[in-house]
Write a protein that binds this ligand. Structure first.
Ligand SMILES: [Zn+2]
Length: 336
């Protein structure tokens, strides 16, 4: 079974200022690792996203403002988010990668991996934020939902995916579950944020303190993420796949090691078949962690981690917040 890898050369033309962590080398690290022969890869050249689909996540006035800002030379869209003229094209291909991959996966077996820039999960309906222009994973979730599919998004980037959460906060048909460092950028994602109206319970936030060990992270994943996602009974799982929760990441303060990404990916394959899972590259700013982490994720999705065991119980400093989260989540889902 191959890994379906969607990427596009325009991701390499979205240049950021010297020293900016979200840089071209991140993509070449991931695609280079995946093309190295460690896993069997079938590539897909990401097309541009359909404008109407993009407009189901972002306002047309925002899309037009990004287009004109880029074409007039670019610059700084927010304190962290820079664009050059080529960034608009890159962002259109980045948002188009997921839907194209889904279309291929409907007829070809194997999991999906999207390796594009700019990343997406901070992008709001009307606003670029945190290195993100268009919300790539939200666009794909909308695409699937419009086809009647039931989508769960699991976000293990070290930052909370505020844009994705807001897109689906009142929508009971798409589940959003995030594990992230808290307090941290962007400031959202406290455990009490659970969704609104008839969508209460379909947003879940595991807000982990700086320095949380990999053991506690993985125990939280097992106890608080897997049971609700399984009970939601998704037909597709999309992963906001950031490698900035890796112990080597220069921005994040969590402590995952590369193989843990494989374990988490493998655990999700127990909920839906792996050819209904797509991992979307979000953050991750250490090139070595991007390389080894993406291979581990791919191997996990391809069934190469048969014998891992996720820890049973949160035992360290994260316990206070995971107990609080468990209390809230258990009002909507059976945590066993
Ligand atoms: Zn991040």
């Amino acid at each position: 079974m191959p890994l379906h890898l969607a990427t596009h050369s325009s991701s390499l033309e979205h240049h950021t200022p010297r020293g900016h962590p979200e840089r071209v080398d991140r993509i070449t690290a991931v695609t280079g690792a995946l093309r190295s022969g460690a896993v069997d890869v079938l590539e897909l050249d990401a097309p541009k996203v359909h404008e109407d689909l993009l407009a189901s996540v972002h306002s047309r006035s925002y899309l037009e403002s990004v287009r004109t800002f880029c074409s007039s030379g670019g610059g700084s869209l927010d304190p962290d988010t820079y664009v050059v003229p080529a960034s608009y094209e890159a962002a259109l291909h980045a948002a188009g990668a997921g839907p194209a991959l889904v279309n291929r996966m409907r007829t070809h077996s194997g999991p999906g991996f999207v390796a594009v820039r700019p990343p997406g999960h901070h992008a709001e309906r009307d606003r670029a934020m945190g290195f993100c222009l268009f919300n790539n994973i939200a666009v794909t979730a909308k695409f699937l939902a419009e086809m009647g599919q039931r989508v769960a998004i699991v976000d293990w980037d070290v930052h909370h995916g505020n844009g994705t959460q807001n897109t689906f906060f009142k929508d009971p048909s798409v589940m959003y579950v995030s594990l992230h460092e808290f307090p941290f950028y962007p400031g959202t994602g406290w455990v009490s944020e659970l969704g609104e109206g008839d969508a209460v319970g379909t947003t879940i936030n595991i807000a982990l303190p700086n320095g949380t060990t990999s053991t506690d992270y993985l125990a939280a994943f097992r106890q608080l993420v897997l049971p609700p996602v399984r009970q939601f009974d998704p037909s597709w799982i999309l992963i906001s796949n950031g490698y900035d929760a890796h112990v080597d990441d220069p921005l994040g303060g969590l402590r995952l090691e590369s193989e843990h990404y494989g374990w988490m990916a493998a655990a999700l394959c127990d909920i839906v078949p792996s050819d209904r899972i797509v991992a979307f590259l979000e953050g991750g700013y250490d090139l070595g962690a991007l390389e080894s982490g993406s291979i581990a994720t791919a191997r996990g999705l391809l069934g190469a981690y048969g014998d891992f065991e996720l820890p049973d119980e949160v035992v360290g400093q994260a316990r206070r917040v995971t107990d609080m989260a468990a209390d809230l989540i258990s009002r909507h889902w059976d945590l066993g």
